[in-house]
Design a protein around this ligand. Structure first.
Ligand code: G3P
Ligand code: CA
Length: 299
């Protein structure tokens, strides 16, 4: 007769192991929750701000069609820019890059992958190669092509202002600032062109080439929620460094009322991006809105 073996019981965790387990759980919670809370904090301002501008309440205020007006047409195309102007945008925003053969191309991304039926980095493709591609909008291939800055200047023709964002990172697109100014001059468009960038060296280069160009600085704080939550002076930037900047254009979640007042006290302007419908906008005394829905911001 065999003796029935009793099932092997796993050893109970010791007090030390339970303690370590609890500590691990707490660390996991911290590691997951802190980034989540941080991301949520970025959107705090828009949640608690008063809602609902009326255009007539805004006074001297510029409605900028972001990428033409990216919710009313295929972004950064001639079609979308025309719609943005017809919708009443006082300014149209576009992004520019340099092709392999040194042409100024209007496109948001560094590659053509997302917005066309082609693939590749703009700086590795010639303009002729890019012009063979078609713009894709809402999953469908359209007849639109990615335009050049030249074509956009031709289309806008001073009917509204044009806000050109130079998308340069690192060492790419050397000389883009000079090419942009030459193209603008060829269209006698200095009176209605404004240049913006996240990149300080782009702004400095443009200013050095011609101090009369109106320049705007795009800002996303490294820790966007912090200026709102703490409202401390460390979030203020050096107005001396940006002495030639006329407007600071903020991601809307990275700014607060007192920072806006501070910028105004230094005689500079503030624009916010990227806001969709008017009714979702925080009721702050800004000078302009860069929006995908310029049609929704009209009186
Ligand atoms: O004009 C503001 C906005 O264009 C900056 O962000 O990524 O849309 O170019 P992005
Ligand atoms: Ca842009």
């Amino acid at each position: 007769m065999f003796k029935k073996k009793s099932p092997i019981q796993p050893p109970l965790p010791s007090r030390g192991q339970m303690h370590r387990g609890r500590k691990l759980m707490i660390w996991i919670l911290i590691i997951v929750m802190v980034p989540l809370l941080y991301v949520a904090s970025v959107f705090v301002p828009s949640f608690i701000a008063e809602r609902g501008y009326l255009r007539k309440e805004l006074g001297d205020f510029t409605v900028v069609g972001h990428r033409g007006g990216a919710s009313i047409g295929p972004e950064n195309t001639l079609l979308c820019i025309e719609r943005g102007i017809e919708a009443g945008a006082e300014m149209i925003e576009i992004d520019i890059h340099l092709t392999k053969d040194g042409q100024l191309l209007v496109c948001h991304d560094q590659t053509v992958n997302r917005t066309t039926n082609g693939k590749g980095r703009i700086r590795d493709l010639t303009l002729a190669e890019i012009k063979r591609l078609n713009v894709v909008y809402k999953g469908k291939v359209t007849d639109e092509k990615l335009p050049t800055l030249d074509e956009v200047l031709d289309l806008v023709h001073g009917r509204c202002d044009l806000l050109i964002e130079i998308k340069r990172t690192g060492n790419i697109y050397q000389g883009i600032e000079e090419k942009m100014l030459q193209t603008v001059d060829a269209h006698h468009a200095r009176g209605w062109v404004v240049v913006q960038s996240f990149n300080d060296s782009v702004l400095e280069n443009t200013h050095r080439l011609d101090p009369s160009v109106r320049l705007e600085k795009l800002v996303v704080f490294k820790f966007p929620g912090l200026p709102y939550i703490f409202d401390l002076s460390f979030s203020r930037f050096s107005y001396e460094k940006y002495s030639y900047i006329e407007s600071f254009n903020f991601f809307y979640g990275a700014v607060n009322r007192s920072l806006i007042n501070d910028i105004h006290a230094h005689n500079r302007e503030v624009k916010l991006w990227t806001l969709e419908e008017r009714m979702k906008a925080p009721h702050w005394p800004v000078d302009g809105i860069i929006t995908n829905r310029p049609d929704d911001w009209q009186p």
